[in-house]
Write a protein that binds this ligand. Sequence first.
Ligand code: FSX
Ligand code: SF4
Ligand code: F3S
Length: 370
Amino acid sequence: MEKRDSMLDAYLRKGLSRRSFLKGCVALTTLMGLSTDMLDKVVEAAETKPLPVVVWIHGHECTGCDESFIRSGAPMTSDVVLNTIALEYDHLLSAASGEPFEHHLEETIKKYDGQYILAVEGAVATRDSGVFCMSGGRPFIKTLQEAAAHAMAVVAYGTCATAGGIQAAQPNPTGSSGISYFVGTKPLVNVPGCPPIPEVMTGVLMHLALFGTLPPLDNEGRPRQFYGNRIHDTCYRRPFFDAGMFAETFDDKGAKAGWCLYKLGCRGPQTYNSCGNIRWFQGMSYPVQSGAPCIGCSEANFWDNAPLTDRMPDYAPIGDVDKIGVMVAGGMLAGIAGHAAVSVVQKMKRDAIAEQEEAEKKAFEERRDG
Ligand code: FSX
Ligand code: SF4
Ligand code: F3S
């Protein structure tokens, strides 16, 4: 078998210094959520392990996930694509097209049988034998099943791939679903978000690439380091929620003063993602920071919880297997409602005191001025 470049080889071959390579390793260690104690291991793996072969396929989706990925800032996407992975096939990023391109996919699957990481974006259209999502002249469902059968591991990028996304929204005319039912027993990492945060996409890929193992996952198959907190847990508007100070409309005084967006539909209390920590566009901002409530884009079925600017709806029971989740969600919502109610009462008290003080001040001024 041919010798494949390691990450270090790729850096040196491009005329980059060992110093840049080490800087790249430091960035990757942080990105993967590892402590600096692990830097040695990252450097060792990056020096010796061949670049991971990645096959990236797209089903039923809007391509926003790739659009997000190419905006990765630390590390830059160009570094990831050119120096840290061997991207053999990608519908969006590959220069080739047409039949030779499809043949290349077949060849890659054969050549790297059991060795490549399969990245998948988009839902799987299942109705009428998958005819609603064709790629390279055949249903995407077939491409996915074949590519997954020969992969080392599969990464589902985006809420479409993890749970069907907008394609699976009611009434779901194409019978779309997430990819998990079609990848057999292959190790699977779910990276939800519509789209996912680019640095999260890179971090997961690099963990698989450098260590050959899945990152620690939660019970929904999501990497814990990126999906361990709710948007609400890291929200800088949280003190306003706790004080019961809510924007009531998108242009009222509260909205302009940066108060909590809960009453405008914010799904932050039920949404697990890293937006509050990592943010978007190299840490510049995220929906809540730009004045838009979180619409819960990393949670399954978020499109069906519409209208998205209404206060959070209750979850409808969705079957026995989900009873526990529904109970937990119900308890959490009751907690949130209770918390919000207490906060509102506290605010009413504060308002009443302020009103009384204002009235006393006015009466004093009237007496003083005769
Ligand atoms: Fe879905 Fe991604 Fe939303 Fe779009 O690939 S998660 S519709 S941002 O593009 O799949
Ligand atoms: Fe932030 Fe939304 Fe929670 Fe309010 S409800 S604190 S805006 S996440
Ligand atoms: Fe999505 Fe909410 Fe983040 S809408 S981008 S999970 S703040």
